[in-house]
Write a protein that binds this ligand. Structure first.
Ligand SMILES: [Zn+2]
Length: 400
């Protein structure tokens, strides 16, 4: 699997980025593949070559949006002991703190603020699960409740989320009233980062449990979540749907790396049915009671048992949401990507002590630009995994 880690480089590459754009524009006009032709722009040939390849070969590109500096594997030195990457052509040293078990650095894309370091991480072979864990995701209460029907054990994870959300909601309201919009944006970003960290922790824990219990993971298929009555109401005062989506992506890629199978089940009535006898029970806040068999349980735990016991929905095991996304060809096009990058441009770096963001890519060179939310999360991130061969390669090429 290819993961992309975004590392802040703390350098001013305005000049080089300008040259890169000029080279790209030249490439679109002339379709040349020779770096000699663009020598006069003064960009290092190792980088110019990459830009020419992208822009000269693709005859469909008419307008050049934002252009990054792309450095191929051959132009990158890695010192694993020091945990440093060196790019000779830019005289740039990048200390990294992400996982050191990557096979190789495929390439690095440099923009104003970040170096997007794309590395190949070995995937473990898929295990044959003895059982399935059900994972119930929630907008209120715990982010996720996990149940193993084989052992009867329940894990409630991510309790802090609601607390964080409430705290920040209050701050956001105040800032809104005071019309302090810049500050409001920073606060939203901060909240997104905290929730992201939490989602990382929760997803890691879920995959850990699955490995330990020799289990696969079942999640509800919440792809239609925004129109889903079960959740629209709770979202109005609970976590946003992007957080759900993010957690899902994190679980998916972490499971994939560890060889834990994952599948989706039909979400209908998972919180209403009794996990013991199947009749419709009574749910009040977080408690569940079954009038038929007398079963009493924590409502989310009951739901997670239901999820664990359901058969996989359409597509069966291994049909991940992201595969479907990839088939829709929802990957980059130059113009769209240009716009996104415009919006994503750094607004000074006041708001980040966190250095590394993470994006997951596929084996199939598909770039990711999953947006995490409608409103807030320009800076927060999300993950898309594509399986090998998913999507159309020509659509999947990264152009920026
Ligand atoms: Zn019952």
């Amino acid at each position: 699997m290819i993961l992309t880690f975004n590392v802040k480089h703390n350098r001013d590459f305005t000049d080089e980025l300008k040259k890169a754009r000029q080279v790209a524009e030249y490439a679109v006009r002339t379709h040349t593949l020779s770096s000699k032709d663009v020598k006069h722009f003064g960009l290092k040939s190792v980088i110019a070559n990459q830009i020419l390849r992208k822009y000269s070969r693709n005859k469909k590109i008419k307008n050049v949006g934002h252009v990054n500096l792309t450095i191929p594997n051959q132009g990158i030195r890695v010192d694993r002991e020091k945990q440093e990457i060196y790019i000779p052509s830019l005289k740039l040293t990048l200390p990294y703190s992400f996982r050191n078990d990557f096979e190789k650095v495929n390439q690095i894309e440099v923009d104003e603020q970040y170096a997007h370091v794309s590395v190949t991480i070995p995937e473990k072979p898929v295990i044959q699960p003895q059982t399935w864990l059900g994972v119930d995701r929630n907008a209120t209460g715990h982010i996720a409740v996990v149940a193993n029907p084989q052992t009867g054990k329940v894990w409630k994870l991510g309790k802090k989320a609601m607390h964080i959300h409430m705290k920040y909601r209050e701050i956001r309201r105040k800032l809104q009233k005071l019309r302090k919009y810049r500050l409001l944006k920073r606060i939203k970003d901060r909240e997104s980062r905290i929730i992201m960290d939490l989602n990382h922790k929760v997803s890691r824990k879920i995959v850990e449990i699955a490995k330990k219990d020799n289990a696969g993971i079942k999640l509800e298929d919440l792809s239609g979540i925004r129109n889903n009555k079960k959740h629209t109401k709770s979202f109005s005062y609970g976590l946003n749907s992007w957080s759900f989506h993010q957690l899902e992506k994190f679980i998916e890629y972490k499971a994939k790396l560890e060889g834990v199978p994952l599948t989706y089940v039909e979400p209908k009535n998972t919180s209403k049915e009794c996990s013991r006898c199947g009749s419709i029970g009574i749910r009040e806040a977080k408690s569940f009671k079954c009038p038929s068999c007398g079963h009493v349980d924590h409502a989310d735990a009951n739901a997670s048992f239901n999820i664990a016991l359901r058969p996989p929905s359409v597509g069966g095991v291994g049909q991940l949401h992201v595969d479907r996304d990839a088939c829709k060809g929802s990957t980059d096009t130059p113009d769209r990507e240009g716009q996104l990058r415009e919006r994503r441009r750094p607004r000074n770096s006041v708001m980040g002590s966190r250095k590394t963001r993470l994006i997951v890519r596929s084996d199939a060179e598909i770039s990711v630009k999953a947006r995490t939310s409608e409103a807030s999360a320009e800076e927060s991130m999300s993950v898309v995994i594509h399986s090998k061969g998913a999507g159309h390669p020509s659509k999947a090429r990264t152009v920026n």
